[in-house]
Design a protein around this ligand. Structure first.
Ligand SMILES: [Mg+2]
Length: 196
């Protein structure tokens, strides 16, 4: 997928997806969806769609709590993706604010960041409890910071998220999941080159 890199305006904030960008969680999502379906009492096709449709309801909370248990056990063994700390350090030197936008829970992200001493690099963490969708999460950053969407760079491994967020005018970088270290380094170098 082509990245819509139009460097006409300075990027002021970077919104990083969590699973697939900052780390790779080893979760059997089919099994997780099966468990979620049992709680709800009917078949769920997509957790993301479920979260979006049921946001703010007791059943959302119930499913979210159960999914959090699965996510927390995966986080225990999860490593930070290669070069992530270096990149966050560079962003901080360039005075570009870094955010996490994730459909995991806040507790899951905080646990991971504490384990890997990365918490200090992030200005804010926007998770499913706050906005149940990537587009809404990126919009939330624009709203709270006053930064225009076309000065926000989203890095995400989901083509669906990228295409939704492009509608906002956000600069998007499609980050391929599980690349070779050499390719990951190239991807991060490309990301850093977007941020002058
Ligand atoms: Mg992801």
């Amino acid at each position: 997928m082509a990245n819509n890199i139009d460097i006409t305006r300075k990027v002021k904030a970077v919104a990083l997806d969590f699973d697939g960008v900052i780390t790779n969680l080893n979760i059997d999502w089919n099994d997780a969806i099966r468990q979620a379906s049992e709680i709800v009492g009917h078949d769920i096709k997509s957790l993301i769609t479920f979260y979006e449709n049921c946001f703010g309801t007791p059943i959302f909370q119930k499913v979210s709590n159960e999914m959090e248990k699965i996510e927390l056990s995966a986080v225990e063994k999860a490593q930070a993706a290669p070069f992530v700390k270096d990149v966050l350090q560079k962003l901080s030197e360039k005075q570009v604010e870094a955010y996490i936008v994730s459909m995991q829970s806040l507790n899951v992200i905080k646990t991971f960041l504490d384990q890997h001493e990365l918490a200090a690099y992030f200005k804010d963490i926007i998770t499913r409890e706050r906005c149940p969708g990537k587009k809404a999460q990126v919009e939330c950053i624009a709203k709270i910071t006053g930064i225009s969407p076309n000065q926000i760079l989203l890095v995400d491994d989901s083509k669906r998220n990228i295409s939704n967020c492009k509608e906002l005018g956000v600069v998007c970088f499609y980050f391929q999941r599980k690349q070779k270290p050499k390719e990951i380094r190239e991807a991060w170098n490309n990301i850093l080159s977007i941020i002058k």
